[in-house]
Design a binder for this molecule. Structure first.
Ligand code: TYD
Length: 404
């Protein structure tokens, strides 16, 4: 197993077994389901935590991609603040690009404030949604070649933004060359992603699925982009997606690195994010979590309890397939995304219904698979969910909480 980035040998960390594409919700149970082996490895040379095999990108991002950023109000709010903090100082002659712009939840701010902008996303349906809101978007995979085309048409970008997308891009060399070429000399490349430090702390192994080819840390991002003259200059911790990190990058030598960045990099070393032992310990913890969850759910099912899932997240695909839990244990999932409703979860074959439908057949237990939106969900449910329904939290620790 060679590192996807530096080609040195890596160490096998997790083996989650055969796994479908996390967002491959199906209309019929008998439809063919593509599977691949979900395994992770760690590279001691560039500190990259990565999955070993991934499906072709076209299998993950396409015209029926069911994820719309705007389904979460708190994420829309988060992106509005993100733009305010990092927008170029002046509208004149500035150009803002977003990689993986989805339905335009971030770029809507650029549009509303009159910035020249362009979103790039490979999933046609989300791009159409963005365009229908007046956000300039193109349906393409970002690449060095595309970066050159964008530059020749629109000029250099003063800001390149990305949220929860850089970890989706297998070829980091091509990406870094594209950024290097498109970014103005005094520009900033700002991206955020689920953070490796948080995943290790919470044992949130559900962050590992086909789309997340890498789970980054400050240490790995610093190494990967330095090779192309892009310097990490700041790190900002975020609470989104269960613990994310925002990485701020600039052309080498143009910006002084922040003290906070140096502090976080030191902390990462102290936490052992550069040591293979840390990851092997994580793998053992994942196995423990698997046994605990199976024991709890099979026990409740044996008592005749009815269990449902709340939030048909990509993350839940890893948990259910790794733990081998299906529709014999979980009766249904409720989810607000219309594109998922009426379909079945990948591999675990659990029907997805709306929250309104769930109201008619409330279970004894709801497992909170969308744990990263716990605050928003609990705010919404606090006076709707009857006390007869209990919540099962899975991350950061398995626990049963009563509704009242
Ligand atoms: P998300 O957390 O973005 O997870 P992933 O990246 O793992 O897919 O997805 C959240 C899912 O939960 C999405 O399908 C919408 C659903 N959801 C609800 O059903 N109710 C809610 O209140 C929220 C915030 C999300």
């Amino acid at each position: 197993m060679r590192c996807r980035h530096c080609s040195n040998s890596t160490v096998l960390i997790n083996d989650f077994g055969s796994m479908p594409v996390a967002n491959s919700f199906r209309n019929q149970l008998d439809e063919d389901l593509f599977r691949f082996d979900l395994k992770t490895s760690f590279c001691e040379f560039c500190n990259l935590f990565q999955i070993i095999d991934n499906p072709k990108v076209e299998q993950m991002f396409h015209d029926s991609y069911p994820f719309f950023t705007s389904t979460s109000k708190s994420m829309v709010n988060h992106f509005s603040k993100f733009f305010e903090e990092f927008k170029p100082p002046s509208k004149e002659d500035s150009f803002v690009v977003e990689i993986g712009s989805n339905d335009g939840s971030l770029l809507v701010q650029a549009k509303n404030q009159g910035f020249h902008h362009l979103g790039v996303d490979p999933s046609g349906n989300v791009v159409e949604r963005a365009k229908s809101c007046g956000i300039n978007s193109i349906c393409e995979f970002f690449s060095e070649k595309l970066a050159k085309e964008i530059k020749s048409k629109h000029g250099e970008a003063n800001r390149i933004f990305a949220a929860n997308v850089i970890c989706h891009i297998p070829d980091l060399h091509d990406l870094a060359r594209g950024i290097k070429d498109l970014l103005a000399q005094d520009g900033l490349f700002v991206f955020e992603e689920p953070y490796l430090g948080s995943m290790l702390e919470k044992i949130s192994y559900d962050q590992i699925y086909d789309e997340h080819i890498y789970i980054f840390s400050g240490l790995s991002v610093q190494t990967v982009f330095a090779e192309y003259g892009l310097q990490l200059v700041d790190l900002q911790e975020q609470t989104t997606h269960g613990g994310s990190m925002r990485y701020v990058m600039a052309h080498q030598g143009t910006t002084t690195p922040s003290k906070e960045m140096l502090r976080i990099l030191d902390r990462e070393k102290n936490q052992g994010l550069n040591s293979v032992e840390t990851y092997l310990r994580f793998a053992r913890e994942c196995e423990k979590r698997r046994s605990q969850l199976r024991e709890l759910l099979f026990g409740l099912a044996a008592e005749g309890k009815r269990i449902a899932g709340y939030g048909a997240t990509s993350k839940s695909t890893t948990i259910l397939n790794y733990c081998n839990i299906g529709n014999e244990i979980i009766e249904y999932f409720c989810d607000t995304t219309p594109e998922k409703q009426g379909k079945f979860t990948p591999g675990s074959h659990i029907p997805v219904i709306s929250r309104e439908e769930a109201q008619e057949r409330l279970p004894d237990y709801f497992i909170l698979f969308a744990w990263n939106h716990a605050e928003e969900i609990m705010r919404y449910e606090s006076n709707k969910m009857p006390s007869s329904v209990a919540w099962i939290n899975i991350i950061p620790k398995l626990e049963i909480l009563s509704s009242s």
